[in-house]
Design a protein around this ligand. Structure first.
Ligand code: 2P0
Length: 354
């Protein structure tokens, strides 16, 4: 008997222009476009195996070996249902001899190759790997951008992990979300010497989840309205140009400004949300000083910090500066032996993906 099974991986992505706010919470449509760098497959990724079998009773899911409930009407159920719909429309309706996999229940097992406890978002790589593995299982003749529309409904940032390299999530304008999708701005090969250093400041579970935090920001922050109307649209244009021109100085300036504004709108939320801590701020001071010296020498900015919904720093830099920055960080933030909690820990230096 035929076995219908497929495995796919997707890496984590780290945003330079931040997604923060939804205009439609069910379809996960954002209030602004965003842009990220997808990390290399070798580093932080999710790997997902899907299997369809008519003997299965219902859809089931295991995350890192533990079974998780697939809630009716929830994000996971929506993604699986949308993938089955695509299988039916794109394959079975057009080629009646193909097996009716859309009618078989699926079993899905997903693993992260990084500790979930490290406080690094896994929903982006997780939903991207889920959608990729089902697309392979179902032999879907569709583009990654089409798949990104489905991954987006699992977790907004997941749509960007369908591509490697430099990726934009265009917010779109249609109410059904069909044009709110990811596109590749440039592959990693366009600018291969960009590296991302991930600095684990704390692996504590974050206080305010992204999903609930961003909704509170939409409801209460006047600054968010300024950001989405008057700041992000131009930044999307400018950072895309910086990437295409391989202009690190401009890329760094925009990335840091957008991280700062994301944390400003979090602070502008009622009640305020604080994601960075004292160590996060000390790393900012270090990078600012490092860049000040470099700019004074006429070399432009050499590093860019960015922070998501937690205190961990990601530092973008060119390969030639990685060693110097790691040495600086280790000098100013010595690690307590055997402890990654509450002290600075260098998690890894991830190359960006193809
Ligand atoms: C980003 N973040 O652009 C921003 C920056 C966090 C800060 O995308 O509700 O986990 O699942 O769509 O994708 C985190 O938001 O939220 C996020 P949902 P998601 O990477």
């Amino acid at each position: 008997m035929a076995v219908y099974q497929a495995t796919a991986s997707a890496p984590v992505n780290i945003a330079c222009i931040k997604y923060w706010g939804k205009r439609d919470t069910k379809l996960i449509l954002p209030t602004n476009s965003s842009l990220s760098v997808t990390l290399d497959q070798d580093h932080l990724r999710s790997t997902t195996t899907s299997r369809a079998d008519p003997s299965f009773k219902h859809d089931r899911l295991w995350l890192n070996g533990e079974e998780e409930e697939i809630k009716d009407g929830g994000r996971m159920a929506t993604c699986i249902a949308e993938m089955k719909r695509l299988r039916k429309e794109e394959v079975e309706d057009k080629q009646p001899n193909e097996p009716k996999l859309s009618t078989y229940p699926v079993h899905i097992a997903s693993f992260n190759n990084f500790p979930t406890a490290a406080g690094l978002a896994s929903s982006a790589s997780g939903f991207a790997a889920l959608v990729s593995s089902l697309a392979q299982l179902y032999q879907l003749p569709v583009s990654p951008s089409t798949l990104s529309v489905i991954a987006r409904q699992g977790s907004g940032s997941a749509c960007r992990s369908l591509f490697g390299g430099f990726v934009a999530w265009e917010q779109g304008t249609k109410p059904d979300g069909s044009d709110s999708l990811a596109v590749q701005v440039a592959p990693q090969s366009h600018w291969p010497d960009i590296h991302a250093l991930i600095c684990v400041v704390s692996d504590d579970k974050k206080g305010t989840s992204s999903t609930s935090g961003m909704q509170r920001t939409v409801e209460t922050s006047p600054l968010l309205q300024h950001r989405i109307k008057h700041v992000v649209p131009q930044r999307m244009v400018d950072i895309s140009k910086a990437i295409l021109d391989r202009d690190f100085d401009a890329f760094a300036a925009i990335t840091m400004a957008d991280s700062n504004q994301f944390h400003a709108v979090a602070l502008d939320t009622e009640p305020p949300i604080f994601y960075m801590n004292d160590v996060s701020r000390a790393i900012i001071a270090l990078i600012v000083e490092y860049n000040r010296v470099s700019v004074a020498k006429g070399l432009g900015r050499k590093a860019a910090y960015t922070y998501d919904a937690g205190p961990n720093a990601v530092i973008y830099t060119k390969k030639e500066n990685v060693k110097e920055i790691v040495e600086l960080i280790v000098k100013y933030f010595p690690q307590k032996e055997g402890s990654f909690k509450d002290v600075f820990g260098l998690f890894g230096g991830a190359d960006v993906a193809k």
